[in-house]
Ligand binder design. Structure first.
Ligand code: ZN
Length: 366
């Protein structure tokens, strides 16, 4: 027990150091040096405190010398097992990621420490893109998403998490997912000449905002607006829209030129991978990404599409620090993106074919 206290204390010290570090300016080699001891500590911590994790990791004792050698859990295990590394009385919130009708949702067990780390890191990462000022915020969703308990899954939590970055929160859609013109007009009148934050899940923004405007042959100009969107492109596959078209039509209908997608798992809230001006997703200093060949699970070289493994230093209350997702992505490079950010940068292509559909915004059926 005493040994473990020291482990968590060591972890907390290392984490506090990371919080003082620049989010995107650490070259990959130094970043790996800083993160390795933290992930080794997390692996040991979860082995000690989560029996299911310890059983799965029986063959993976000891420490590793490279991030790519860290053991990982398949993301679907969070649906099949209750993975918690804290006593039940310390669980302060259980986050449910969306499930399909045939699948139970994943349960993510949060204690106060993990939840606090998630908020702190989300703030640090998003401030790099948005700045420190809280902007008037237009939310591309219906206010029902927060009221309806059955909807309050990842979508509600995502909106709540992002709300912190805005003020005068205004919902652009009504309960029937139609554009709420009285709300939009009032917001537009007040804020059209100043920076505003627009946030929504990718599929909601495309289907109900951009397409909604287009169908009504209307535009609403926010020339100083910035759009953040997340939640994946899966629902949009039938619509034949890619990031480029999305941005193009967004600019046409709203005048918003700054548009950033971000990638993150409900299993790793807080550690998000934000798109840069060049259109690539970047790993912040708190997280990393590894692409694996879907057949051999070996690390894939730069430029080769594969399964995305995500690492996050945040979770101590559940063993979600190293997860193999069912998403396909490609590592584009290391330390040399034109935007100047250091570390790994990548793109997401979608989900592995023939796996079950799941994603934050996918909880809303059109
Ligand atoms: Zn970049």
């Amino acid at each position: 027990m005493i040994k473990d206290q020291t482990q968590l204390e060591q972890f907390q010290l290392a984490f506090d150091n990371l919080l003082q570090t620049s989010v995107y300016q650490v070259p990959q080699k130094n970043k790996q040096q800083a993160l390795l001891p933290i992930f080794n500590l997390l692996h040991q911590h979860h082995q000690t405190h989560c029996l299911a994790y310890a059983n799965i990791m029986q063959q993976a004792n000891g420490t590793v010398n490279a991030l790519a050698d860290l053991p990982y859990l398949a993301v679907r295990l969070f649906k099949q097992l209750s993975l918690s590394s804290v006593p039940q009385q310390d669980v302060f919130k259980v986050l449910q990621s969306s499930g399909t009708t045939s699948q139970r949702p994943a349960s993510i067990f949060l204690d106060k420490a993990t939840s606090g780390r998630q908020s702190k890191v989300l703030v640090k990462v998003l401030q790099e893109t948005l700045g420190k000022q809280r902007l008037p915020m237009l939310i591309i969703d219906s206010p029902a998403v927060l009221k309806d308990k059955s909807l309050f899954s990842a979508r509600g939590a995502g909106i709540q998490g992002l709300s912190f970055f805005g003020r005068d929160h205004t919902y652009a859609l009504d309960d029937n997912m139609q554009l709420n013109w009285s709300a939009i007009d009032a917001f537009h009148q007040k804020y059209q000449d100043q920076p505003v934050l627009i946030f929504g899940f990718t599929f909601m923004v495309w289907l109900y905002f951009i397409q909604g405007l287009k169908q009504q042959a209307k535009t609403v100009r926010f020339n100083h607006g910035v759009l953040l969107h997340s939640g994946g492109w899966k629902k949009l596959e039938g619509q034949r829209v890619d990031n480029h078209q999305f941005k193009h039509l967004l600019a046409q209908t709203t005048g918003v030129e700054r548009c950033y997608n971000f990638y993150g798992m409900a299993e790793q809230v807080g550690s998000v991978f934000m798109e840069c001006e060049q259109g690539y997703l970047h790993a912040p200093v708190f997280a990393d990404v590894i692409i694996r060949d879907p057949f051999t699970l070996e690390v894939a070289p730069i430029g080769q599409s594969g399964l995305v493994q995500v690492l996050s230093v945040l979770p101590t209350s559940y063993p979600g620090h190293s997860i193999l997702t069912e998403d396909l992505g490609t590592l584009i490079g290391t330390d040399d993106c034109q935007c100047g950010r250091q570390g790994h940068y990548f793109t997401i292509q979608g989900r592995l074919p023939k796996t079950e559909v799941r994603g934050c915004s996918d909880t809303h059926s059109a």
